[in-house]
Design a protein around this ligand. Structure first.
Ligand code: PMP
Length: 418
């Protein structure tokens, strides 16, 4: 934070946020007669009209199967689908669109790498290194890979603020480590991991790094070349795009060395009963009919986010985070879970008078949509000794009023249960 009078010089103005909110039809709803304070953006984001319209326009005018047909409509559909890939390349500042695999989302992308990479490069006694803050999507696929290959899952610890212990991490990168897989931003704590340092440490030992970008792509500018990572995965539905579409970026030489993941149409070069040869990247990893309209919607979402400006969204959300953190600290009996020095876009907490699910239920009646649970990070809950947390997570359309509605709702909870 700078010391000038305006700590978020690039943030969105209140007027701009009001205009942006009008782009999201869902936000006009009044659940239980209250304005909707949608604070579950780490789970999934709402969609602007531009995304909804792009998909429906595509279905109405340009829809056909992609790639293998020669008729005009299919060519248009193929161009639209490939424009989705090109938008992802631009969004991640990747060098080459061939390195972008369009998939269902982060989970599928990580499963692809865990499965293919481990078959090619992981053997008995080898190690795969993750961190203690991983989402189950960046944990269970590696567990499965370890089981299949006789390898060991090694977990770098976090401290009690929810920050990664980088020295411990460094100690755990050994000559048995075959790959490192880390979240860029924790979905239950908000901690931002020092990906560049992680990559430096891993690369010094020749170990590639996969970044789970599910919670960074929506909240900060991402440049995979600057990060230096080898794989980066994210989900369209968390960046204001459709569900069921997302992407894996990987370095060409690494992707080209990976065996196919799923077999089927579109991923082959030549098939006989005796032997099949495979297509080059990205087709090799896109078996079957893809989410064509999803790619169109994703391109529209990326264009929308780029037009608003990722830096400005980040600054806006940081401001909301500071406001929320200060206001929540005033609530008696409230403990924030996740106080790492660098955080993005969300705040998790518990109240000593009520269970997270009861809190979320009362907040719902006030029009405040938050998530209560383990957020698919059960080991994080175990680390902090809580069964669940309440999580409020921010998006570009959230306002101080949304945060104030959360805080007012929590004061009601304290009155009822306290
Ligand atoms: N990793 C992180 C950090 C996440 O927050 C999520 C979604 N909650 C995922 C992975 C999985 O993303 P998806 O369900 O879109 O595949």
């Amino acid at each position: 934070m700078s010391s000038s009078a305006e700590p978020f010089p690039t943030r969105l103005s209140d007027l701009e946020v009001a205009r942006l909110r009008a782009d999201f039809p869902v936000l006009a709803q009044r659940p239980h007669g209250r304005p909707l304070a949608y604070l579950d953006n780490a789970n999934t984001t709402q969609k602007p009209r531009a995304v909804i319209d792009a998909e429906s326009h595509f279905y109405a005018t340009d829809y056909a199967g992609v790639h293998r047909a020669v008729y005009e409509l299919a060519e248009r559909a193929t161009r639209a689908y490939e424009a989705g890939r090109a938008a992802v390349r631009r969004f991640l500042h990747a060098p080459d669109a061939h390195e972008v695999i369009l998939l269902r989302g982060t989970t599928e992308a990580i499963n692809l790498v865990a499965s293919s990479f481990s078959r090619a490069h992981v053997g008995a006694g080898d190690e795969i290194l993750i961190t203690a803050m991983e989402h189950h999507s960046n944990l269970v696929p590696w567990q499965l890979a370890c089981e299949a290959r006789g390898a060991r899952l090694v977990v770098a610890p976090i401290d009690d603020s929810g920050a990664l212990l980088l020295d411990e991490f460094e100690r755990l990168v050994t000559d048995r480590t075959r790959i490192v897989a880390v979240a860029h931003v924790s979905n239950s704590l908000g901690s931002v991991n020092p990906v560049r340092e992680i990559v430096e440490i891993a690369h010094a030992r020749g170990v590639p790094v996969l970044v789970d970008g599910a919670q960074s792509a929506p909240h900060m500018p991402v440049d995979v070349q600057e990060l230096g990572c080898d794989f980066y995965a994210f989900s369209g539905h968390k960046v204001y795009g459709p569900s069921g579409i997302g992407a894996l970026w990987g370095r060409r030489e690494l992707l080209e060395a990976l065996p196919p993941w799923q077999g089927g149409g579109g991923m082959i070069e030549n098939v006989t009963f005796e032997k099949t040869t495979y297509a080059g990247i990205p087709a090799r990893f896109e078996a079957g009919t893809p989410n064509i309209a999803g790619a169109v919607g994703l391109a529209a979402a990326i264009e929308y986010v780029e037009a608003v400006g990722v830096e400005r969204i980040a600054a806006h959300e940081q401001q909301l985070l500071v406001h929320a953190t200060e206001a929540l600290r005033e609530i008696p009996g409230l403990t924030i879970i996740g106080t790492a020095p660098e955080k993005a876009g969300l705040v998790s907490f518990v109240l000593d008078c009520a269970h997270p699910h009861d809190i979320a239920t009362i907040l719902d009646r006030e029009g405040v949509a938050v998530r209560a649970g383990h957020h698919c990070t059960q080991p994080v809950m175990q680390h902090f000794g809580v069964p669940a947390t309440v999580r409020a997570s921010f998006g570009l359309y959230n306002t101080r009023e949304d945060v104030d509605a959360l805080v007012a709702g929590l004061r009601t909870v304290v009155e009822v249960f306290g």
